[in-house]
Design a protein around this ligand. Structure first.
Ligand code: PTJ
Length: 249
């Protein structure tokens, strides 16, 4: 791997790409994950590779929603594990959430490799391996969940998947926080709180907001007011407008 100089104009993006490549080499990320990363990069390029003010508001609302939850669960796939393993563990700690591995291209080897990778980055309890429950109405492997994990959750963070699982989870009555750079994806369209931002920026931002809200001793009423003030339609429209206009410097 060529060393990426700090002053390279797209240094962060190239480093992110390299992490996905490493994920594939370690058996964590699927080959399809490389394509998913390419799709994400294209949207991020048009967003100027920065968190928009509307994404920042979504990240704060997500933090409040996670702090209000009885049983929040963060879902992890092969791309998320490669890009933000330590950051997911930090977010789980900040909001007292479970972490569960859930894969589209599910194999026992990849499940174990991702769980080990998360443990190497500080996770103590990784769910998803028991797979003793199913999300109703889904035929593929993403239906397999843990009964004391996603199946039982009231709030689920669903990053980087454009698919029918988000719709099925919503039908189960779960509140969904989606991280996806494509505001037109089915997951983003279904989410109570769609975060249109790169996961490498979104997860640390949600953690920062959660810590701030906790430090301020925010009451339930204050957290509920933050969630209620968040306008998901406006957030999706603003993101789509920014991407279509390609607001670059
Ligand atoms: O690990 P598995 O087996 O569960 O497979 C995971 C992938 C990602 C391969 C699978 O879920 C998939 O094919 O996803 P899609 O349908 O390509 O959707 C991925 C979505 O995530 C797209 O809408 C991308 O724009 C978006 N995306 C990709 N990279 C990022 C991203 N969003 C935020 N941050 C990124 N870094």
């Amino acid at each position: 791997m060529t060393e990426i100089p700090d002053d390279h104009p797209r240094a962060q993006s190239l480093r992110t790409r390299h992490r996905i490549e490493e994920g594939v080499e370690k058996g964590i990320t699927s080959k399809q994950g490389l394509i998913a990363q390419g799709r994400g990069e294209a949207y991020d390029y048009l967003l100027g590779e920065q968190t928009t003010p509307s994404a920042e508001r979504a990240e704060r609302a997500a933090a409040a929603q996670l702090l209000l939850a009885d049983h929040p669960v963060l879902s992890v796939n092969g791309n998320v594990a490669a890009l933000v393993p330590a950051e997911m563990v930090e977010l789980a700690e900040a909001v007292d959430a479970d972490i569960e591995v859930n894969l589209f291209n599910r194999t026992e080897e990849r499940m174990a490799a991702i769980a080990d990778h998360l443990r190497e980055h500080g996770a103590t309890d990784v769910k998803g391996l028991a797979a003793d429950a199913r999300i109703p109405g889904l035929e593929h492997e993403r239906a397999k969940v843990d009964e004391d994990g996603i199946y039982d959750a009231d709030v689920v963070v669903v990053p980087l998947e454009d698919g029918d699982r988000a719709e099925a989870l919503a039908e189960m009555g779960k509140t969904e926080i989606v991280v996806d750079l494509n505001p037109m994806s089915r997951s983003a369209q279904t989410a109570a709180i769609p975060i249109v931002d790169n996961i490498v920026r979104a997860v640390p931002n949600v953690t920062r907001h959660a810590r701030e809200l906790r430090e301020q001793d925010s009451s339930r009423e204050e957290l509920e007011a933050i969630v209620a003030a968040f306008d998901r339609e406006a957030a999706l429209e603003e993101a789509e407008r920014a991407i279509r206009q390609g607001e670059l410097d």
